[in-house]
Structures are given as structure tokens and as C-alpha cells.
Design a protein around this ligand. Structure first.
Ligand code: HEM
Length: 369
């Protein structure tokens, strides 16, 4: 295995690898991964903006085990589609997203924290895995029972996005997907009566919002809290907190990479990416590109172009929930720093989830007093 391949986050200095590749191999053929890898800001951007670099279909090992609703979801999700299909699916996701009513994140937080002893609790399980999807559910007016089902079972459903599903993962998805579909269909029917095909697209992309917000939303709530405690005095202004959230998205992003496949030959920097070859786009490395960000290895919320980070992607598939995410994380940090005199993180060894496109802390014990 070559030293440029990340196999897990726990024992890997990923920034050291990113900086090395940025300097030596900004576009690199990785034998182990059998794919091209882009590290530099300009090469990541070039691929994400290139229509000949498309979203790869999910490898369908064990997908034959998935039930009809699960297969329908994979077929209709904006995140997994290209061209015309993508255009329609993204429109559907956007219309639902724009239907969300603004709400008080502080109220949701108060409710979540009322269920634990805030002297010592796991911030990830109590808040990070629940709040992002609750913001969507409550923003769309879902009732408590449906909210409870979705928050309790979203961790099983998100695995529908993983390329190589095990049999047990496929069984877990089948166990919950029909109820997700029924709950979402009830909502879509309550806001507009359309013929079946249109409803399917809306139902699937409503579920798509639940799926997309889970890992990334969890990650940003964990990483911003860590940075709030490490880099800030405890009473920062909201404006400063927003800058800190944006700098966290650049410096310590929850989403590190995404994938594309070349549907035509692509020439970059004199290197030929052949039709059919896979491309791993490491946006987290692009965020450390010193040709774009001054002193990129420094956490500096005051840097004037931090918002140029590529953590939300760019181009046709760029994240449609940037502002919601930044506001949610900023209001969360502002709520904590206003309500609690002391936010402290007891000494603990941080462990990371096994996924490699996202870098997620498994558990973060926290004291609030
Ligand atoms: C820190 C939080 C988040 C990050 C870093 C993030 C990042 C991303 C990225 C990188 C993409 C593009 C992937 C690609 O081009 O391959 C994306 C797409 C998407 N994100 Fe987010 N996201 C976040 C939060 C959310 C939330 C909270 C929602 C839901 C409300 C959401 C909904 C979506 C959707 C629906 C897409 C697919 C767009 C399309 O394919 O057209 N994201 N996100």
C-alpha cells in the first residue's frame, strides 16, 4: 500500500499527505485505489465543473437484495443522478428545501440537552446525530412521531449511499425504507397533489435531504464545537462565530472528498484521464492549497477568502444547503456560549468512523456548566 493512500483516520496524518501531494502530485494516479486523485484547488475545481466527469452509478453488489422502494430511491436521488434526470431531481430537492420555515435551533437544542446530564455527555450522539435532520423535519412541520421515527432510523438508511453494501446493511435498509417513504409521501401529498411520477421524484428527494444532512451535518456540529473550545474565548459574537464556522469548513471539513467517473477523455495539466476511469476529488486538500489560501495550515477565521473553500463542492452538484448548515452551526455555538459559563472537553482519545469520504468523530464527551 503506498503512503499516499488513507486507509483510516485514526492513525493517519492526513494533512501531511495532502500537503505533500499538493506540492508533488496535485493530480495523481493511485494504483491502490485504481483511480485518479486530484488534490490542488484548480484541479478539483476543473473536475467538479467538467460535465464529462459525472456521478458514478453505485456499484450494485448486494443491491439485488434491496427492496423496490430502496432501488427507486437510488434511481431518483439528485445526488446520484446526472444530466436531465439530475436537473429535475435537483429542482424537486430545492423546492422542498425552500418550503422549510425558519425555526429556533436554540429551542431544538434546549430540548435535546434536557434529555441528558450536561455535566458529562456525548455531544455526537445527543446533538450532532439528531439536530441536522430535526431542523429539516421541524422546518417542514413534521409531527413528533414521524420525527422520532426518522431520527431513530436515519443512521440505517444513509448506508444506501455506500458503494459496497454488506447483506446486513441491505437488510437494515429494507427494514426502514418503506416507512421513510410512507412518512415522506404523506408530507408531499399534504403540500401538493401531483401525478404519481412527479410525487415519486419529490418523495425520494425529500428523503434525500434527510440522507445528505446526516453525516455532513453531524461532522460540522462536532468540528465547530471543538474549534469553539480550542480557538475561542467562551463569549464570541455571532459574527465571529460565523467566521469560525466557515473557517472550520475550510480547515477541518466533515466532507473530505467526492467521486466522479470520466464519460469522455479529459485532459488536465497534460495528463490524460481516460473514458471510464474514476476520479477521487479531495476538496479537503484543495482547502489547504497555498496558491489560494495564505498560511493554509493556520486556523484563521479572519482570513478574507475562507468562504472560497470547496467543502460544499462546486458546479452542478454543489450543496444546496450551505446557508442552512452555517446558520445551524453558528446558532448552536452561540447558544452554548451564551447559556453555559463553561464549555470543556475532558481529555479523551478521539476515534473516527471508518468511512473515508467523510471524517467523523465517533464520540465526543463534553461538560457544560
Ligand atoms: C457541513 C455540512 C455539509 C457539507 C459539508 C455538505 C457537502 C456537500 C457536497 C460536497 C455536495 C456535492 C457532492 C458532489 O458534488 O459530489 C453536497 C451535495 C448535496 N448536499 Fe450537502 N453538505 C452539507 C450539509 C447538507 C445538508 C444539511 C443538506 C440538507 C438539508 C444537504 C443537502 C445536499 C444535497 C441534496 C446535495 C446533492 C445536490 C445535487 O446532487 O445536486 N447538505 N453537499
Amino acid at each position: 500500500m503506498n503512503s499516499n493512500t488513507i486507509l483510516n483516520w485514526d492513525n493517519t496524518d492526513h494533512k501531511e499527505i495532502y500537503i505533500r501531494q499538493l506540492n508533488n502530485n496535485p493530480l495523481y494516479w493511485n494504483e491502490d485505489l485504481n483511480c485518479w486523485v486530484t488534490y490542488s484547488y484548480n484541479f478539483c475545481k476543473a473536475i467538479l465543473l467538467n460535465n464529462d466527469a459525472q456521478i458514478p452509478g453505485l456499484a450494485l453488489e448486494n443491491d439485488s437484495l434491496l427492496n423496490d422502494k430502496a432501488k427507486l430511491l437510488i434511481k431518483k436521488l439528485t445526488r446520484l443522478s446526472n444530466n436531465e434526470q439530475h436537473h429535475d431531481a435537483r429542482q424537486a430537492a430545492l423546492l422542498i428545501y425552500q418550503n422549510m420555515k425558519p425555526l429556533s435551533v436554540s429551542k431544538l437544542l434546549e430540548n435535546l440537552l434536557s434529555k441528558v446530564n450536561t455535566n458529562e455527555f456525548d455531544w455526537v450522539a445527543t446533538v450532532c446525530k439528531q439536530l441536522p435532520v430535526l431542523v429539516i423535519l421541524k422546518g417542514l412541520g413534521f409531527d413528533d412521531d414521524d420525527c422520532a421515527f426518522v431520527t431513530d432510523n436515519i443512521s440505517s438508511l444513509v448506508k444506501i449511499m455506500s458503494p459496497n453494501k454488506t447483506e446486513s446493511v441491505a437488510i437494515a435498509i429494507n427494514r426502514v425504507v418503506n416507512e421513510f417513504y410512507a412518512i415522506s409521501e404523506k408530507y408531499i401529498h399534504s403540500v401538493n397533489k401531483d401525478e404519481e411520477e412527479v410525487t415519486e421524484l419529490f418523495v425520494c428527494n425529500l428523503i434525500g435531504l434527510f440522507i445528505q444532512c446526516y453525516d455532513a451535518g453531524r461532522g460540522i456540529l462536532t468540528n465547530t464545537l471543538l474549534n469553539l473550545v480550542h480557538y475561542h474565548n467562551q463569549k464570541p459574537h455571532l459574527a465571529d462565530i460565523k467566521k469560525m464556522v466557515i473557517e472550520t469548513l475550510r480547515f477541518d471539513p466533515p466532507v473530505h472528498s467526492t467521486r466522479r467517473i470520466a464519460v469522455k477523455d479529459i485532459l488536465i495539466n497534460g495528463q490524460h484521464i481516460k473514458t471510464g476511469q474514476s476520479i477521487l476529488i479531495v476538496m479537503a486538500a484543495a482547502n489547504l492549497d497555498q496558491s489560494i489560501f495564505k498560511d493554509p495550515e493556520l486556523h484563521n477565521p479572519a482570513r478574507n477568502n475562507n468562504d472560497q473553500h470547496l467543502t460544499f463542492g462546486i458546479g452542478a452538484h454543489n450543496c444546496l444547503a450551505k446557508h442552512l448548515t452555517i446558520d445551524m452551526a453558528a446558532e448552536t455555538c452561540s447558544f452554548l456560549s451564551e447559556k453555559y459559563g463553561r464549555i470543556s472537553i475532558p481529555h479523551q482519545e478521539l476515534k473516527y468512523e471508518p468511512q473515508l469520504n467523510v471524517r467523523l468523530i465517533k464520540e465526543l464527551m463534553l461538560n457544560l456548566s
